[in-house]
Design a protein around this ligand. Sequence first.
Ligand code: ASP
Length: 292
Amino acid sequence: MPDDVVAAHERGVRNALAAGWKVLEGGGSALDAVESAVVVLEEDDTFDAGRGSFLTRDGRVQMDALIMDGATMRAGGVGGVERVKSAIRLSRLVLEKSPHVYFVGEGAERFAVEHGMKLIDNSELVIEREVVRLREFKAMIAAGGVDTTFAGPENSHDTVGAVAMDVNGNIAGATSTGGTLNKEPGRVGDSSLIGCGCYADNLSAAASCTGWGEPIMKLVLAKSAADKVAAGKDPQTSADESIAQLEKRLNGHGGIILLDARGRFGIAHNTPKMAWGVRMADGERWGTKVGG
Ligand code: ASP
């Protein structure tokens, strides 16, 4: 994250905290809180979710998202959607209205329409900054300056996510992304896959991940971090160990936020920066780097 965008990231995170907190303060569910927080981040062009997402190799926005309820383990996810404004709202619709858990592409969009969600043109999600970024990235590849078998921190960041605990002690998680820069059309990353980029179970933890999706998927990172909590580790230790394992085992990079049903949380990343924020009854904290 270049220094000139730090303020925008922190502002976005704080806006998301405010939206999530408003729900929780009013006695709303953790599920509603994570959805509200993620919608705010999707609507903010700063992040790789909703409008302003990274572009696929052929210049389109293709989004993945998942939302999961820790109390019931109900989940809703979508992959490769191109014509909805909010992938997380569509995921919530899947969670609420379908016996299925996961929809992709055209079927997901048809499901959206059948349940009253308006489709938009993909161009409404594309912004000039990303058109330029894709063009420059392709020029770097053409010049031999990028190893395309590796998604470096420069092309896999800014996915958004939230975890929350409500007044009833239930937890939930949500993750939404435009994926990685210059991804091949149809590629789905970790973000929307249960247990990879997002997870929630009251009996272990709620988690949301960001970073290079392929290694995160292989390690089923969100679920394995939650399992560490279920095995008795505190969420911060579990988050630290999970990110250390991502680096050691697969040379991956990324970050995780983790929350258990006792309200204990952990935040870890092995990238130079990751925007994060925490809101609790005693106040709010946020930043772009954890642990110095
Ligand atoms: N994890 C996302 C993906 O691989 C990218 C990101 O976190 O920014 O699709």
